[in-house]
Design a protein around this ligand. Structure first.
Ligand SMILES: [Zn+2]
Length: 271
């Protein structure tokens, strides 16, 4: 038996092997209960809120904890009933979509974002993190070249620990859960100057975006978002928008004053 000679080394290296099984699993983006658990645990670790219903989700939108995915030149939404996500996840979509379009020449397609628990699909799992707004679903590209690019890019990001991506079959999509703090730190390490800086969200898809709108764009519901640049502090941003540091912290559900270049902040409007 050919296999027999492998048994002893297998026993010796079992802990190592278990590790590599996990790695292989991650490398193929194959879904598993372990990955669902891991994502769910990450969500709990980050203390993100699971929205139960459309009503509580609306509250999250109103106080800026959920940000709208508006679509832009780099990505579109398809059949997304509730186009909101956590600010870090919106940053992720915009950055990835910008790179995707450069690499592929087509727009990326987002098929799902935040889903309150009451919207749960029949085949979705109890531990889905869609109700938190940290996850988005991306349609699998039809072009092999684009599919390979997206798969490899998600794998590379997953390897850095900033997200977990799972390739789903029914319908074919990538389920991507973005871990808020690790991802913001990653953006920071990248210098925060994503090529996406020129495609900051505007209300709807306004053509001919002005220089002003590039950094501070009106968002739906009379809110504004701002992409943090190098050298910004919460204090300078607050002052520039006529808001207090506390108001901005509250609107973004952040506890510390540490902000990172590239991070998208919601600027609450005067009431
Ligand atoms: Zn999903």
């Amino acid at each position: 038996m050919q296999a027999a000679r492998y048994i002893l080394p297998l026993l010796v290296t079992l802990p190592l092997l278990l590790d590599s099984v996990r790695t292989v699993e991650a490398q193929t983006l194959r879904g598993s209960r372990a990955s669902v658990d891991r994502i769910h645990r990450q969500a709990l670790n980050h203390g993100v809120h699971f929205y139960e219903s459309a009503t509580t989700a609306r509250r999250g939108v109103a106080d800026g904890r959920l940000v709208r995915l508006s679509g832009n030149a780099d990505y579109q939404l398809a059949g997304v009933s509730y186009p909101y996500a956590l600010p870090g996840t919106v940053t992720f979509v915009e950055r990835l979509a910008s790179q995707y379009r450069s690499a592929c020449g087509e727009r990326m397609v987002v098929t799902s974002a935040m889903r309150p628990r009451s919207f749960r699909l029949a085949n979705s799992v109890d531990k889905s993190v869609h109700p938190t707004g940290m996850a988005v679903d991306l349609r699998k590209p039809a072009k092999p070249r684009c599919l390979a690019w997206l798969r490899n890019t998600l794998l590379a990001l997953e390897a850095t620990g900033v997200l977990e991506a799972v390739e789903e079959r029914n319908p074919p999509h990538f389920h991507v859960a973005v871990f808020p703090t690790p991802y913001q730190q990653y953006v920071h390490r990248q210098g925060g100057s994503a090529p996406v800086a020129t495609t900051t969200r505007t209300a709807g898809r306004t053509a001919g975006t002005t220089a002003a709108a590039r950094t501070s764009a009106p968002a739906p519901q009379g809110r504004t978002t701002y992409r943090v640049r190098k050298g910004d502090s919460l204090w300078t941003i607050a002052r520039r928008h006529g808001r207090s540091v506390e108001e901005i912290k509250r609107a973004n559900d952040i506890k510390s004053s540490r902000i990172l270049a590239g991070q998208v902040l919601v600027i609450p409007q005067a009431r």
